[in-house]
Design a protein around this ligand. Structure first.
Ligand SMILES: Nc1nc2c(c(=O)[nH]1)N[C@H]1C(S)=C(S)[C@@H](COP(=O)(O)O)O[C@H]1N2
Ligand SMILES: [Mo]
Length: 387
């Protein structure tokens, strides 16, 4: 059903030697200021995630040991497809803009490409990342290119009363809703105000290549500042509606359930997954001439400060690589850890924004009151064995 699964033998190639080979052969991916030292060796994490429970839905994830460039190459970019990964023939394809609009549109791929082009470096993270033990690599960063959505909505002319813009994918599946069974497309909505923001792109290019089939060819929404689920792939229809849209991926799945104290009582609040949350994670540990370094990333908000804690010790300030200035791109960071003692170590990172908001610890009520796995932006701890 999907042909993008990572071959078993690749998954197993976690030996230090194999990874050194990889790092050396992929020097062309290295960004200029990325904290990579030539000839360094990668120490694989001791806490490898278990096999994914839904390999057909998430056939590929980032292997953090390979985090050696700000841009994630297309063939390493994680993939999520709830209803498979359709192949769309661009010949007969049009993107229809319908619903509460004065002038419905049907745009061909050529027409979309002929419109003004805009690029954005944006870190796309699945809101389920770190919500499950087997999901720690559902994140990647690409330079996405496309045309801004706002002028298209303007041309279509949203009618008074139109409040939501629904993005429909071409992929459909059977859904059981109470006692009815229906076919439904993958779809997500944004408010008219959010959809009209200038950073929203109808994207047809990823890192200089036509959007790969698995990543949404011919056109997907790129919604910088939002969790992955908002970035609808294989777009077929953009529909303006006068009522709130409550499809599976808005109103049933990708709903965060959080208990909040109200008048001494714990009451649950359900919210649809939305904008990204401030987050960081340790990425890889490297060694060069016997000297160790921890490299990671921070994203999801305004990254002002990153700190690293080793084995529950003091928080140490990491150096943030700011060579990529897009506010929507992760910021790599590094901390030299010259001569760790032999044995296993725990490495935790946390990011703070300029207003002083800190990525919550795993025992923070922001995390512990959350009863679902989406939007898991708690601090990430990884384990490494120094031999
Ligand atoms: N049409 C469609 N779009 C989709 C999805 C999907 O299943 N179908 N999955 C969403 C989710 S949950 C995520 S995290 C991102 C993943 O994008 P990627 O596969 O390019 O990494 O796509 C989103 N867009
Ligand atoms: Mo996702």
């Amino acid at each position: 059903m999907n042909n993008v699964r990572i071959p078993r033998r690749d998954m197993m190639a976690y030996g230090g030697a194999a990874l050194t080979g990889l790092a050396l052969s992929q020097v062309s991916f290295l960004a200029k200021a990325f904290p990579v030292r030539p000839g360094e060796e990668v120490i694989p994490w001791a806490d490898q995630p278990p096999a994914h429970a839904l390999p057909n839905v998430v056939p590929r994830q980032l292997r953090w040991e390979e985090f050696d460039s700000l841009i994630t190459p297309n063939d390493r970019f994680f993939l999520v497809g709830h209803y498979g990964f359709p192949a769309i023939d661009p010949q007969g394809w049009t993107l229809n803009v319908t619903g509460q609009v004065r002038q419905p549109l049907a745009l061909t791929l050529d027409q979309i490409k002929a419109r003004p082009r805009r690029e954005v470096v944006y870190t796309l993270e699945c809101s389920g990342n770190h919500g499950f033990p087997f999901m720690v690599g559902a994140i990647g960063t690409a330079k996405w290119a496309g045309t801004p959505l706002a002028p298209i909505l303007e041309e279509a002319g949203i009618r008074e009363g139109g409040i939501e813009v629904v993005f429909h994918g071409a992929d459909t599946g059977e859904e059981q809703i109470r006692d009815v069974k229906v076919q439904a497309p993958f779809a997500r909505s944004l408010s008219v105000a959010d959809a009209a923001r200038p950073e929203m792109l109808l994207c047809y290019e990823m890192n200089g290549q036509p959007l790969p089939r698995e990543s949404g060819f011919p056109v997907r929404l790129i919604a910088p500042g939002w969790y992955g689920v908002a970035n609808v792939k294989w777009l077929s229809r953009i529909e303006v509606r006068e009522t709130r849209f409550m499809g599976r991926f808005m109103g049933r799945d990708y709903v965060t359930v959080r208990e909040e104290e109200v008048g001494g009582k714990k009451l649950a609040v359900e919210t649809s997954v939305g904008r990204t949350l401030l987050k960081s994670a340790p990425g890889r540990v490297t060694r060069q001439n016997g000297l160790y370094r921890i490299i990671g990333a921070a994203w999801g908000g305004d990254v002002a400060k990153v700190e690293v804690q080793i084995d529950g010790g003091p928080w140490q300030a990491a150096t943030i690589d700011r060579s990529e200035t897009s506010e929507f791109a992760w910021k790599p960071w590094s901390l030299d850890w010259p001569t760790p003692s032999l044995g296993e170590h725990a490495i935790t990172s946390r990011v703070a924004d300029a207003a002083g908001k800190v990525q919550p610890a795993m025992d923070d009520p922001l995390i512990t009151n959350k009863r679902t796995y989406w939007e898991s932006n708690g601090q990430v701890t990884r384990r490494v064995r120094i031999a």
